[in-house]
Design a binder for this molecule. Structure first.
Ligand SMILES: *[C@@H]1O[C@H](CO)[C@@H](O)[C@H](O)[C@H]1NC(C)=O
Ligand SMILES: *[C@@H]1O[C@H](CO)[C@@H](O)[C@H](O)[C@H]1NC(C)=O
Length: 382
């Protein structure tokens, strides 16, 4: 794969402003390429030292299919793994559609920070499709998984968790063409891979989900869940063990308060989406408890739909509320006219940034970086 425009010097500025405890690991899949021969997965690590050689001695990035729960027929020919340096690995060259269905994982980071990022691939031709592949909820919440009927079959629907029988729904129990699994008062042990399959249909036609249950109630973290989360913005999710925000692709900062330049991702906005259509069609999977989503500015089951006017961010989950003539940018939120700043362009006068804030370099380093202009309305799960 050709990644346009190497990141040049930007990462060095960015690393200084945001060094997180969470491993900077992204697993990307191009959802538009459903032909096995063209489909590929890429895992990118933005860990400090990448590209400068110092992590070349660390444990390698591993990207592989995880057949422990979703078992598919053995591929006729194993896919091909290609490494580019120590910070990027790509798997491609699948031989049949069933090779793609199931769970893929990328493992990166060293020592205690070694982290596994999961991606769950659904067949686009399946009988049932997930409403969204990853659901992140807090301990004690009610999780609702919804399998949408794509090709109807008049048989019961079997729900499984981690591959074991869980629940049966009669085919009459579909609500608006969806089979719902409600899980009240979820606990971290309820996390796992869930599937919905028509009785006697091929497992490849199942809807596969990933449920991530944070170890604490909303807004809390720590061993006994007594610590308060920093209030992650833009759909960032508070890590239940270290209290840090795992930011959606396209956002950065300790509270995910800053938008990256369009088409960029990674903890410090150091990576660039490949190809001319930017991040269109790509799904981004990040360390738990974030899970997977489209890139900023995109939504839909194949991440190909641009946000509707007034909406922005990963999966277009956020809503702009721009005041004073601010306009909504689907990648970064409110873009304010001169003289105004703040999340909703609600503040007048010189901004913190213009006054020489610590991160003013970020704003200067690219068109539309919009550090101080972004807005957020939707609370993250954490
Ligand atoms: C490896 O990555 C560099 C930049 O990160 C890029 O210029 C180069 O084309 C890549 N090589 C391959 C074989 O993808
Ligand atoms: C599924 O497996 C994971 C990892 O092995 C485990 O932590 C989790 O509790 C399991 N979930 C269920 C619902 O069995």
């Amino acid at each position: 794969m050709v990644w346009l425009e190497p990141p040049l010097l930007l990462p060095i500025f960015f690393l200084a402003s945001h060094v997180g405890a969470a491993v900077d690991l992204t697993l990307l899949a191009d959802l538009r390429l459903t032909e096995p021969q063209r489909f590929f997965l890429t895992c990118v690590s933005g860990e400090a030292g990448a590209g400068r050689g110092s992590d070349a001695w660390g444990p390698p990035l591993l990207l592989e299919k995880d057949d422990r729960i979703v078992r598919t027929p053995r591929p006729g020919q194993p896919p091909h793994t290609a490494r580019n340096g120590s910070s990027r690995v790509t798997v491609r060259g699948f031989s049949q559609p069933s090779d793609l269905v199931g769970v893929f994982s990328c493992v990166g980071g060293a020592g205690a920070r070694r982290t596994r990022v999961l991606y769950v691939h659904n067949s686009p031709g399946a009988h049932l499709l997930p409403d969204k592949v990853t659901h992140t909820v807090n301990k004690g919440d009610t999780a609702v998984l919804s399998a949408r009927v794509r090709k109807e079959k008049q048989t019961d629907v079997i729900w499984k968790s981690n591959g074991s029988y869980f629940y049966t729904l009669d085919w009459h129990e579909a609500q608006d063409g969806q089979f719902l699994l409600q899980l009240p008062n979820v606990q971290p042990s309820s996390s796992g891979i869930y599937s919905a399959t028509y009785l006697e249909a091929s497992p490849l036609g199942s809807a596969f989900f990933r449920l991530i249950v944070r170890g604490c109630e909303a807004g809390r973290w720590g061993q006994d869940c007594t610590k308060e989360c920093p209030g992650c913005l833009h759909g960032g999710v508070c890590h239940d063990q270290d209290g840090e925000c795992v930011c959606p692709p396209g956002f950065t900062g300790t509270r995910c308060e800053q938008a990256c330049r369009e088409g960029r991702f990674g903890q410090s906005c150091q990576e660039q989406c490949p190809g001319a259509s930017g991040c269109r069609g790509l799904t981004f999977c990040l360390p738990d408890p974030y899970g997977c989503s489209c890139g900023s500015g995109w939504r839909g089951s194949q991440c190909q739909e641009a946000c509707a006017p007034g909406r922005f961010g990963a999966d277009c989950r956020l809503q702009c509320q721009c005041q004073n003539g601010g306009t909504c940018d689907r990648f970064s939120g409110c873009v304010c006219p001169s003289g105004w700043h703040g999340m909703h362009c609600e503040k007048s006068g010189l901004s913190d940034w213009d006054a020489g804030g610590a991160s003013s370099k970020m704003k200067d380093s690219g068109r539309g970086l919009c550090g101080s202009h972004v807005s957020a309305l939707i609370g993250p799960p954490g």
